[in-house]
Design a protein around this ligand. Structure first.
Ligand code: SF4
Ligand code: SF4
Length: 248
């Protein structure tokens, strides 16, 4: 119903290091603060400090206890999740009004809230649960990669990155052009065996995740993680299970 660009000049996205994320939620807080106060996709919280707070988030961190099959001690994996700015974004093509769209110059997926009728089809189509309807405004919200920061020439260069990346205290979040094989983020993905989230969904997610390192083995054992796994448990937990099994 809504067309995607044939190709994009860049493929801007995030690289998130699951080895160094400590689950502190600083990225969630920074995202919420930036977008509530002055962001491109302002979030209409209600009763934020009362008994019944309500609102939407563009970025969440989920934490899982994972028990390895080899009987070694369980470990906690913190998993930040936001829009992955998919190349073949089903949230865009399903949109009946053209409110969801993908920027041709850099691939960022955005919502034109003036055209959003709040039908929820895009949230239904997204296999990652990356969209949330603002309960007060009744329009769809999602990560914008902070276009109002990266496009803002009045900000110092150091601040022209997403608020979550600027804030992360452990340097677990990286931003750049994943369509350029020589970019810093692409080299990081190549060096660390970065993975797409659930590639079997065939949405072409741009964001990449760097898997947790084995605590006792050298990094080069991570190379097999580059091969997408299509068998076994499905969904996010299946993906995480397979990623950690490789480290066994
Ligand atoms: Fe759309 Fe979901 Fe992909 Fe983001 S992660 S582009 S919301 S399908
Ligand atoms: Fe993880 Fe960084 Fe987000 Fe903290 S700010 S939860 S370390 S990604």
């Amino acid at each position: 119903m809504t067309d995607l660009p044939q190709a994009t000049g860049k493929r801007l996205g995030l690289v998130i290091d699951l080895d160094t994320c400590v689950g502190c939620h600083a990225c969630v807080t920074a995202c919420k603060a930036w977008n509530t106060e002055e962001g491109q996709s302002p979030l209409a919280d209600t009763d934020a400090h009362g008994a019944h707070p309500s609102g939407a988030f563009l970025n969440r961190v989920h934490s899982y206890e994972v028990t390895p099959h080899d009987g070694t001690a369980p470990r906690i994996v913190h998993f930040p999740k936001s829009c992955l700015h998919c190349t073949d974004a089903p949230c865009v093509t399903v949109c009946p009004t053209g409110a969801s769209w993908k920027r041709a110059e850099d691939g960022i997926v955005l919502v034109n809230e003036a055209e959003c009728i709040g039908c929820g089809l895009c949230a239904w189509a997204c296999p990652y649960g990356a969209r949330e309807q603002d309960p007060a405004q009744r329009v769809m919200k999602k990560c914008t990669l902070c276009v109002d920061r990266i496009d803002n020439p009045t900000l110092p260069q150091i601040d022209r990155i997403p608020a979550c990346v600027r804030t992360c205290p452990t340097g677990a979040r990286h931003f750049g052009d994943l369509g350029d094989p020589d970019s810093a983020v692409s080299r990081l993905v190549a060096d660390r065996g970065g993975m797409a989230l659930m590639p079997e969904q065939e949405t072409g997610p741009v964001n990449r995740y760097l898997p947790p390192r084995d605590k006792e083995t050298e990094l080069d054992i991570l190379a097999p993680l580059l091969t997408p796994v299509t068998e076994g448990p499905k969904g996010f937990l299946g993906w995480l299970d397979r990623a950690l099994e490789k480290l066994g």
